[in-house]
Design a protein around this ligand. Structure first.
Ligand code: ATP
Length: 274
């Protein structure tokens, strides 16, 4: 979702508390990230270092946010890229971009005096998708370069690097990426349940003037199967309705209308792609 526009920037203080719902994803992620932090113990026990975590789940559920919060939690440099950036007409350009990404992560960590870096690759299926017959694989330099970089990473190396990949289509990934020592931790980031939706609504209501009698619990109920991104959009639309009505506070009716608006938007998007 964030693509290259965040490349090189700090995570902007995204913490796990800024992410609504996703309790089990957060818990699993923190457990995995502790491997990055407790690297001395890991070495002592001869445990293989964690190199890659794969976040899987529908769009807009907070995978990018989780990756940013991971960087904050581990005090790592955060770098991000999207698989679609590596699709190039010219052979070798994608591979050299991967090399640059790792190089930049290392130099930024050194400059910022951090001993770890997290490289987030959104839409990783674009570079790591299965190929028919498997023969083209060896010519796929972008994926090969990523695997080479990952295979070359060691606990003793400074900075330690962790790759967080995200995909909506895990079943599309080439098995080479999923082998032990590569992306061997998979964390499912699902659509939020009602409690999660309420939590997300509350997060996005923080900077918005809500009327006192607003019942967000009811909106969480109405927003069945909404993603975090849709809930953010819902709160924003509701604020726009309130402003258009020249009111100071957002009313329940604005929120209900916003639920419909987001639903309608989805429907129009789907129809236009049909
Ligand atoms: P994609 O698969 O499309 O890349 P994603 O899973 O990476 O999506 P994000 O980019 O993390 O989704 O989320 C998009 C926006 O939606 C966030 O910037 C945030 O405003 C909102 N959002 C999504 N999930 C959550 C959440 N769990 N808590 C709070 N806000 C959320």
């Amino acid at each position: 979702a964030s693509g290259s526009k965040n490349r090189g920037k700090s995570p902007g203080f995204m913490t796990f508390d800024d992410i609504g719902g996703q309790d089990s994803a957060k818990k699993e992620l923190v457990e995995a990230l502790d491997f990055l932090i407790k690297h001395e113990e890991i070495k002592k026990f001869g445990i293989r270092p964690l190199k890659g975590i794969l976040l899987t789940g529908p769009p807009g559920t907070g995978k990018t946010l989780l990756a940013k919060a991971s960087a904050h939690y581990t005090n790592s440099v955060f770098m991000s890229a999207s698989g679609s950036e590596f699709v190039e007409m010219y052979v070798g350009v994608g591979a050299s971009r991967i090399r640059d990404l790792f190089k930049e992560a290392r130099s930024r960590a050194e400059k910022e005096k951090k001993d770890s870096a997290i490289i987030f690759i959104d839409e990783i299926d674009v570079i790591g998708g299965k190929r028919d017959g498997g023969q083209q694989r060896e010519y796929d330099q972008t994926l090969n370069q990523l695997l080479t970089e990952m295979d070359g990473m060691h606990t003793s190396q400074s900075p330690r690097i962790l790759i967080v990949g995200a995909t909506n289509r895990k079943e599309m990934l080439d098995s080479a990426l999923l082998r032990p020592g590569r992306f061997d931790r998979h964390i499912q980031v699902d659509l939020p349940d009602k409690k999660g939706r309420l939590h997300i609504l509350n997060i996005h209501a923080k900077n918005k003037p809500l009327a006192e009698n607003v019942n967000l619990d009811r909106i969480a109920q109405e927003a069945f199967q909404f993603s975090g991104a849709q809930l953010e959009s819902l709160m924003n639309e509701a604020a726009i309705y309130a402003m258009r009505d020249s009111l100071d506070l957002i009313q329940q009716s604005h929120l209900s209308r916003a639920v419909d608006k987001v639903l309608m938007g989805e429907k129009t998007d789907r129809e236009s792609t049909m």
